[in-house]
Design a protein around this ligand. Sequence first.
Ligand SMILES: *[C@@H]1O[C@H](CO)[C@@H](O)[C@H](O)[C@H]1NC(C)=O
Ligand SMILES: *[C@@H]1O[C@H](CO)[C@@H](O)[C@H](O)[C@H]1NC(C)=O
Length: 525
Amino acid sequence: MLTSSADAGVLGRGRLPLLFLLLLVCSSCWLLPRCDARRTLAAAGAPATPIRAVNLGGWLLTEGWILPSLFDGIPNNDLLDGTQLQFKSVTQNKYLVADQGGGAAILADRVQASGWETFKLWRIDETTFNFRVFGNQFVGVNSTGGVVATATVPGPSETFQLVRRDSDKSRVRIRAPNGLFLQAKTMESVTADHSEDTDWGDDDPSVFVTNNVARLQGEYQICNGYGIAQATQVLRNHWSTYITENDFSFIASSGLNAVRIPVGWWIASDPNPPLPFVGGSLQALDNAFSWAEKYNLGVIVDLHAAPGSQNPYEHSATRDGSQEWGNSDANIAQTVRVIDFLANRYANSPSLLAIELLNEPWAPGATLPSLKKYYKNGYKAVRRHTSTAYVIMSNRLSISDPTELLQFAGGFSGAVLDVHYYNLFDSKFNSLTVDQNIDFVRNNRSADLAAVTNQNGRPLTFVGEWVAEWAVQGASMTDYQRFAQAQQDVYGRATFGWAYWTLKNVNNHWSMQWMIQNGYITLKN
Ligand SMILES: *[C@@H]1O[C@H](CO)[C@@H](O)[C@H](O)[C@H]1NC(C)=O
Ligand SMILES: *[C@@H]1O[C@H](CO)[C@@H](O)[C@H](O)[C@H]1NC(C)=O
C-alpha cells in the first residue's frame, strides 16, 4: 500500500506533497506492524518507493570483461598498461628479478617467479614501454650499460622496445634506449649490449620467454591503447550505441525505477580531459538524464574512478594497479571539485536521485581519515546545489568492521551507505552448493545488512551492487531464479534500495536485461 500509493514520489523529491502523502498513508496503517519503523524512515526522508535500480556498467567507464570486443582494434592488445610480465632467460633458464623488489641491479637468477620477478607495463606505444617493478621503481640502463631498477620516474633511459618473435609472440627481445638489446650474460649480469642479430635460439642470451600473468582492461588501458584519435572514435561510438533511449524505456517498463551510472573523474574536464582520457562522455550523461526524465527514472551518478584511483581494479581507471587516491589534501580537493561539477550540472533535473561520492574505496590504501574528510567535503559540495538529492557514501572494501562509517554517515541528512554483496571474489564461496548460496543470502547477508541498517534511516542503506551469479557450475534456470529472488527479498530490506550489476554484459547472468528477458528475474510491484 505504501509503495503503490506513492508512485509519484519515486524519486524522493518534492518533499511537501510527499510528506503529506506519507502522513495520509501512515495514519491509515498505524496499527500494522513495522509502521513505526516506516514512519521513522519517512521522517528521515527515505524514498517513498524503495529504489530498484540497475547499474549501467561498462558504458561511460570501460571494463573489458563486460564487452571485450571494445579492445579488438588495439595492436598488441595483450600488452596494455598494467599488464604484468615475467621474463625467463633462455640461456640461464632463470627469471629476471628486481631483488628486494627494486632499488638495485636486475639479476637473472630466479627459479620461480612471483612479485619481485614481475614487471608492470607502462605503454608508450604499441611496441614501446616502461617496466615498473614491485617496489614501484622503473627499470633503466645506467651510464655504464648496467640494467637497474632505481628510477622513481621513467624517462628516456627507462624506455624500452619489446620485439616479439613473429611465430611465437611469447618469445621476446628487449631493445634498450641505446639501441642494443638486453642480455643475461650470467645470472648476476644483465646488460644492454647485445647486437640486433638473432636466430631466436635457446643459445641467445638476449632472448626471453614471457609469462603474461595479469592484465587490466579499464579506461586507462583502452584510451592509451588506441591513442587519443582512435580512442575518441571508438568510445564516442560506444557511448552513443551501447545504451540508448530504448534501454531507458526497457528499464522503466521492467518495473525498475532508477539507474546507477558509473563515471570517471575526467568527465568534469570534458571535452578536453587530461591524457590519455578522451572527451564526450558528458554528452552521453546529459542524454541519460533527458531519457530518465522522459521515463520517470531516477539517476544515481556514481563516481566510480577518482583521481589517483581509490582501488587497484581496472574500474578505478588505474594505470598499473597502483592506488593513490586520498594521499594528499590536493587530491581530495580535486575529487570534491568533480562532485561539485556534477551536482551543479544536474541539480535542477527532476531525475537526479543521488550522487555517489566514491565507489569501492579499498582499505587500507584509502584510509578512514582521508575518506571521512572527503565524504564531509563531498557532501557539502552536493548540498551547495541541491537539498534533496541523496548523497551516497560507500563502505570501504576489505575491512573487518562493516559498521565503521555508520555513525559518521548518520550525521548527514539524506546520506546513504552503500554496500556491495557478491557470492563471489572470496574462496569461501567456491565450494558452496546452490542451497548453501541461497542460505548464505537469507542468513548471513541478511545479518550483514541488518548490522548496517538503522531503522531510523540515518543513514539509509543501499545494496548498490549485486548479481545472480555464483561459483556454482551447471546450475539450472530454477536455481538462478531462486538465487535472484532470495537476493531481491533480502536486499529489499535495505532502506534506500538496491541496484543490480549490470544492465548489459557478454556474460548472461551478469546482464539484467538478459535475465529479465529470459525470465530469470521477475520484478513484482
Ligand atoms: C650500473 O649498474 C651496474 C649493475 O648494477 C653497476 O655494477 C654499475 O656500477 C652501475 N654504474 C653506475 C655508474 O652506477
Ligand atoms: C554464515 O553464518 C554462520 C553463522 O554465523 C557461520 O557459521 C557460517 O560460517 C557463515 N557462512 C559462511 C559461508 O561464511
